[in-house]
Design a protein around this ligand. Structure first.
Ligand SMILES: Cc1cc2nc3c(=O)[nH]c(=O)nc-3n(C[C@H](O)[C@H](O)[C@H](O)COP(=O)(O)O)c2cc1C
Length: 191
């Protein structure tokens, strides 16, 4: 696959299974993440790689977070049970998750917004690296990405952000290439 093919064919894979990237491939993914454009060379990001027993730890953390939230909800008992069960299963949608978070630095020329974008580029780069190595990946967030209990459980300081949960694994089925999106309506030319 050429670089252009990768850029033009990248797509998400929601259904993922074993195997997760092996150590060498994981190292390539992380190195691709580190290659993100980075104003000031601040490396304003952090990656948590979660697999194996770590998935259960993340599930426990999610359950803790959702339980606090649900304690104040007026949902029926059964709806609460269902919501907890669904939440607990989330980390197991793939054999590996990479949590990409910010690690904001104070810098007079690099506002927080640029650092957030740079961390987002890490997620994109890692997804593309996974794709080019034959794995599938899907970038997800959802309420739990913005939950303070989840952030604290991952030792992500209050002012930092979870940019995404990159689910990584092997596609469960061969997927056709999605049609390209037309760019014309999104482009203005000055010439
Ligand atoms: C910051 C961010 C958060 C996202 N969160 C979710 C999510 O929680 N759930 C979801 O189904 N898709 C989410 N997506 C979108 C998917 O990753 C994916 O891009 C989308 O389903 C389109 O599929 P494609 O990547 O194959 O074009 C998110 C994308 C970004 C950039």
């Amino acid at each position: 696959m050429t670089a252009i093919e990768l850029l033009l064919q990248r797509q998400s894979t929601p259904m993922l299974t074993e195997p997760a990237p092996n150590d060498a491939d994981l190292s390539t993914l992380l190195a691709a993440g580190m290659r993100a454009p980075d104003h000031g060379g601040l490396k304003p990001w952090h990656f948590h790689v979660i697999s194996g027993q770590g998935l259960q730890q993340l599930s426990d953390l999610y359950l803790e977070a959702i339980s606090v939230e649900l304690a104040h909800s007026d949902l029926e008992d059964q709806a609460i049970i269902d919501k907890k069960a669904k939440t607990a299963k989330m980390p197991f949608r793939a054999p590996m998750l990479i949590v990409i978070s910010t690690n904001y630095a104070e810098h007079s020329k690099v506002p927080k917004q640029e650092q957030l974008v740079a961390a987002g580029c890490c997620a994109h780069a890692m997804q593309m690296a996974a794709f080019s190595l034959g794995y599938g990946a899907m970038w997800r967030t959802g309420d739990l990405a913005y939950n303070n209990i989840v952030k604290a459980g991952l030792s992500i300081e209050g002012n930092n952000d979870i940019v995404g949960f990159l689910y990584v694994g092997t596609p469960t089925k061969e997927a056709g290439v999605k049609p390209a999106k037309d760019y014309q309506e999104h482009v203005t030319y000055w010439q």
